[in-house]
Design a protein around this ligand. Structure first.
Ligand code: ADE
Length: 231
């Protein structure tokens, strides 16, 4: 079954409202919903903020039989071309706050793990096609950098851009990617840019987050139409 995750209420409530035949599954620290969205059986959940919450909730989704995972939400733009309202579709994901360099590992690499988790090709294509249909929204493919930090300085943006080649920064995607990759479950992360992760990020985030979360939701709806016809 297709699973759709967001971190916050604003990121999933627009989908939850339209979920039909809704069944609620309470799990420790998370609530999952099973139902039908635009004719497609789905699991839907708000995973909470940060990598630990994201990994825990992704695990619950997989245990409920999720066989594809879409993460939808907002992010801080890192790529210099990105503006508030644009969409980033993940090519791959890194954990920018992991630092085991003292033991000789590359920055961002967890010992025994790959340095970056690749998103699924078919889900990426479906997301980009769907994003192309959202009026007034530019979509870009790129690397998503996740960490347990809200990025709000030009210096950090520069660091994520030069050291990781990140297109955007958020706090969950790579944790979901790591869990899904271990289970062999395809995933993609779709992020609307709510701020450009600089010194105005906290203000822009509060102002634009509810608005741009709608863009990501529209992309998910467009994906459902495409994925329902695929095996
Ligand atoms: N989500 C939205 N904006 C963000 C930022 N600037 N840093 C981390 N996560 C975010």
């Amino acid at each position: 079954m297709l699973a759709i995750m967001g971190a916050m209420d604003e990121e999933i409530e627009l989908l939850l409202t339209d979920l039909q035949d809704r069944e609620t599954l309470e799990r420790p620290g998370a609530t999952l919903y099973r139902g039908v969205l635009d004719g497609v059986p789905v699991l839907l959940t708000r995973g909470g903020i940060g990598k630990v919450n994201a990994a825990m909730t992704a695990t619950y989704l997989l245990l409920e039989g999720a066989d594809r995972v879409i993460f939808t939400g907002v992010a801080g733009g890192v790529h210099p071309d990105l503006r508030v309202g644009d969409i980033v579709v993940s090519t791959d994901l890194v954990q920018h706050d992991v630092d085991v360099t003292a033991l000789g590992y590359e920055l961002g690499t967890i010992p025994g793990e790959v340095p970056a988790w690749a998103a699924d090709e078919r889900l990426r294509v479906a997301a980009l096609e769907a994003a192309g249909e959202v009026e007034g929204v530019r979509a870009l493919e790129g690397r998503v950098a996740s960490g347990d930090q809200f990025i709000a300085s030009a210096g950090d943006v520069q660091r994520l851009w030069t050291r990781f080649g990140a297109a955007c920064a958020e706090m969950e995607g790579a944790a979901v990617a790591q869990v899904c990759a271990k289970a062999g479950v395809p995933f993609v992360v779709i992020r609307s840019v709510s701020d450009t992760a600089d010194h105005d990020a906290n203000v822009d985030y509060r102002t634009f987050m509810p608005l741009v979360a709608r863009h990501a939701k529209q992309v998910v709806r467009g994906m459902l139409a495409r994925l329902s016809t695929q095996a």
